[in-house]
Design a protein around this ligand. Structure first.
Ligand SMILES: Nc1nc2c(ncn2[C@@H]2O[C@H](COP(=O)(O)OP(=O)(O)OP(=O)(O)O)[C@@H](O)[C@H]2O)c(=O)[nH]1
Length: 301
């Protein structure tokens, strides 16, 4: 632990279109798994924090949900949670996937960000799968629209360019004592993290078959006297016709999902885990205030 007088501490928002690689970058910056990555867009429903350290600087990373045009109530809540973090941030990392740029989502973001360009880094991600010339052309084009503080070329996946970005980001943080103890890497409650782990398994094992509206709700989370953790969760789907997909033949799917999630959670928590999953059909879940609050979003009417 460094002495308090020399400490720096601030907030960095990580924003970008869905699938730009935000969660992957947060994991790299923090140096261990805190946010969940998935090949499916818009998976980050809960606002998870990662805390990265660089020498005497603590960076609180706000890993926002994908920002996109809100239509349904759920989508509006996600967008509002994302912007809330961005406004208060000492620095903003605008992450762009140069291959799938998703310009209809990127352009409105640039528009909203351009009044405080001095704290924004444009981060062109996925350089491992991009060609150099179009990448440079894109950097130039976007750099003409917004006077970014700096432009970075990285691969959040391989880690290429990430140390340089982290160092510059640390330089943006204001002086002040750390907000979190040194060993704390994530502020997300373990209970919420556990639902993220299950949701990632749902995505991985059901792929395209998984309904977009599926959510994982925490039911209970407790530590047994022997130190093992008992976790109960509900997988909420909007239609009963989706139930056989999630359950699989004689429950084989849900069993495999539960087993994989249990193993991963045990590794993260460093404890034995008992995981119980229930599938619940709730046609109105995307309109329910209670569920919003449980998954870490504010209710916006
Ligand atoms: N090749 C390559 N793939 C990457 C890179 N960064 C992220 N990906 C992949 O891109 C996909 C999306 O990454 P995420 O980190 O989940 O993206 P996200 O922006 O958090 O996505 P949302 O949660 O939907 O907003 C995953 O399959 C990642 O493995 C990279 O630098 N190179």
């Amino acid at each position: 632990m460094t002495d308090t007088a020399s400490q720096k501490c601030g907030v960095a928002a990580v924003i970008g279109a869905p699938n730009a690689g935000k969660s992957t970058l947060v994991n790299q910056l923090v140096g261990q798994k805190v946010a969940i990555t998935s090949a499916k867009a818009q998976t980050t429903r809960a606002k998870l924090l990662g805390i990265a350290l660089h020498d005497a600087t603590q960076m609180i990373l706000v890993d926002t949900p994908g920002i996109f045009e809100p239509r349904r109530r759920l989508d509006r809540a996600m967008v509002s949670a994302a912007w809330e973090g961005t406004q208060a941030a000492d620095a903003v990392l605008l992450l762009v996937d140069p291959v799938k740029q998703r310009r209809h989502e990127l352009m409105p973001l640039l528009e909203r960000l351009k009044d405080r360009p001095e704290r924004i880094f444009l981060v062109l991600n996925k350089v491992d799968i991009s060609k150099k010339e179009p990448l440079l052309a894109l950097a130039q084009e976007l750099g003409e629209l917004v006077q970014f503080e700096e432009i970075f070329f990285i691969s959040a996946f391989t880690g290429d360019g990430v140390p340089e970005l982290k160092e510059r980001l640390a330089g943006m943080m204001p002086e002040g004592p750390w907000h979190y103890p040194e060993d704390q890497v994530s502020d997300a409650s373990e209970r919420l993290l556990a639902t993220e782990v299950t949701r990632e398994q749902l995505y991985q094992q059901l792929h395209e078959e998984l309904p977009y509206d599926a959510a994982v709700r925490p039911e209970s989370y407790s530590v047994r006297p022997d130190g093992s953790v008992e976790v109960r969760q509900q997988i909420v789907i909007a239609r009963s016709s989706q139930k056989p997909i999630v359950l699989g033949k004689q429950g084989a799917r849900i069993k495999a999902i539960g087993e994989a999630a249990r193993a991963e959670l045990a590794e993260i928590l460093g404890a034995k885990v008992h995981l119980f999953l229930h599938v619940k059909v709730d046609e109105r879940w995307a309109e329910s205030r209670e569920i919003y609050e449980e998954i870490g979003l504010d209710w916006v009417g």
